[in-house]
Design a protein around this ligand. Structure first.
Ligand code: GDP
Length: 324
C-alpha cells in the first residue's frame, strides 16, 4: 500500500471515504514504526470529530446467533438512518486457523449495505494489543460518521473484559435450554452485561426461552447494583425473525438517556481513556526496558535462575530494578 501524508487520510476519513478509512485502519494495525507514527498523526487529526457514537459490545458463545443478530440489528439501524460500523475483537485470529469473528461473509446483507461498515478483526501479539487497536479504530470510525459502533467478541473470558473497556453498553446473547444454563458463560461476564438477550425465542423454543428469561432475571437480581444506576435487562429476541430487534435498540437508547442524565456515560468514557493510557504506558515502559541489551540479557539470566528455583519472582525483579 502506497503511503500518503496524514492530511490525505484525515481528509478522506472526514469525507466519509470508506477506502481511505480502511487504509487508515491498516496503518493502525501495522507493526512498522513509520506506519504507527503516521497512524497516530491521523488519529490526532481526527480526534476533534470523535466520541459521538454509541459503542455497543456484543458477546456470546459461538452458535448463539451473534452474526445473525448483528445482521438484523444493523439492518434495522440503517433503516432508521443510522450509520453503523461492526468491529471484532477476536482472540483466535492470531493463529493461522483464522478468525471466528468479523468474517464479512457471515453478514451478507449488511456487508453490501452502504450505511454499514464491517471490519474483520485486527490481529496482534496480545489480546490487549488487539483491543487497543480496536479502540483507535473506533475513533476513526466515529470521525468517518458512524453513529453506532458494534464490537463483537466470543464469550470466552478475557476478551469481554477488554471490550467492556471499549464500549458504553454491553450485550450478552444467550440461548435457552442448551443444557447447562450458563453455557460456558462465566458469571463475571453475566455480571458485566447491561442486557441479556435470549435469542432464538420463536416457535417451539418460545416456552423454554420464557423460562430462561425468568431464571436469568432471578440470577441477575443477586448481583450487586451497577454504578451506572442501570438495572440489567433480560429480554427475548429472534434474530432470524427480526423480533425484539427494535426493542433492543429502544432499550439501549434508554440506557444512553439514563446514564447521560446521571453523568455515568461521560464518567465511564473518561475512565476508559485513562485505562487505555495506563495500558499503553505499561506496554511502552516494558518495550523500552527490554530494548536495552543489558536489561534483556539480565532478564534471560534471571529467568534461568527462576526456572532452577534459585530465586523468587520478587527477588528477580528487585535485582533487575536495583541495577537501574
Ligand atoms: P454466531 O456464531 O454466534 O455468530 O452465530 P450465527 O449467527 O452464525 O448463528 C448460528 C446458527 O444459529 C445459524 O445456523 C443461524 O442461522 C442460527 N440462528 C441465529 N439466530 C437465530 C434465531 O433467532 N432463530 C433460529 N431459529 N436460529 C437462529
Amino acid at each position: 500500500m502506497k503511503r500518503h501524508t496524514s492530511s490525505y487520510y484525515i481528509k478522506g476519513i472526514l469525507d466519509h471515504d470508506r477506502v481511505i478509512l480502511s487504509q487508515s485502519i491498516t496503518l493502525i494495525e501495522s507493526t512498522k514504526a513509520s506506519d504507527q507514527l503516521l497512524a497516530q498523526e491521523i488519529i490526532t487529526g481526527c480526534l476533534p470529530y470523535t466520541g459521538k457514537s454509541i459503542r455497543i459490545g456484543i458477546t456470546g458463545v459461538p452458535g448463539v446467533g451473534k452474526s445473525t443478530f448483528i445482521e438484523s440489528f444493523g439492518t434495522y439501524l440503517t433503516s432508521i438512518h443510522k450509520k453503523i460500523a461492526v468491529l471484532a475483537v477476536d482472540p483466535t485470529s492470531q493463529d493461522s486457523k483464522g478468525s471466528i469473528l468479523g468474517d464479512k461473509t457471515r453478514m451478507d446483507k449488511l456487508s453490501v449495505n452502504p450505511n454499514a461498515y464491517i471490519r474483520p478483526s485486527a490481529s496482534g501479539n496480545t489480546l490487549g494489543g488487539v483491543a487497543q487497536k480496536t479502540q483507535e479504530t473506533v475513533l476513526l470510525c466515529e470521525a468517518a460518521g458512524y453513529d453506532v459502533i458494534l464490537i463483537e467478541t466470543v464469550g470466552v473470558g478475557q476478551s469481554e473484559i477488554e471490550v467492556k473497556h471499549l464500549t458504553d453498553f454491553f450485550l450478552l446473547l444467550m440461548i435457552a435450554g442448551a443444557g447447562d444454563e450458563l453455557q460456558g458463560i462465566k458469571r463475571g461476564i453475566m455480571e458485566m452485561a447491561d442486557a441479556i438477550l435470549i435469542n432464538k425465542a420463536e416457535g417451539d423454543n418460545l416456552p423454554k426461552a420464557k423460562l430462561a428469561k425468568r431464571e436469568y432475571k432471578n440470577a441477575i437480581h443477586l448481583f450487586p447494583p451497577k454504578e451506572s444506576g442501570w438495572i440489567a435487562q433480560v429480554e427475548l429476541c429472534s434474530a432470524i425473525k427480526q423480533e425484539g430487534i427494535k426493542e433492543t435498540w429502544n432499550m439501549i437508547d434508554s440506557f444512553v438517556n439514563t446514564t447521560s442524565i446521571n453523568g455515568f456515560f461521560e464518567k465511564n468514557r473518561k475512565r476508559q481513556n485513562m485505562y487505555w493510557f495506563e495500558q499503553r504506558l505499561k506496554e511502552e515502559i516494558i518495550t523500552r526496558f527490554k530494548a536495552d541489551k543489558e536489561n534483556s540479557l539480565l532478564i534471560e539470566e534471571l529467568k534461568n535462575e527462576l526456572n532452577k528455583g534459585n530465586i523468587t519472582p520478587f527477588e528477580a525483579s528487585r535485582i533487575l530494578f536495583e541495577r537501574q
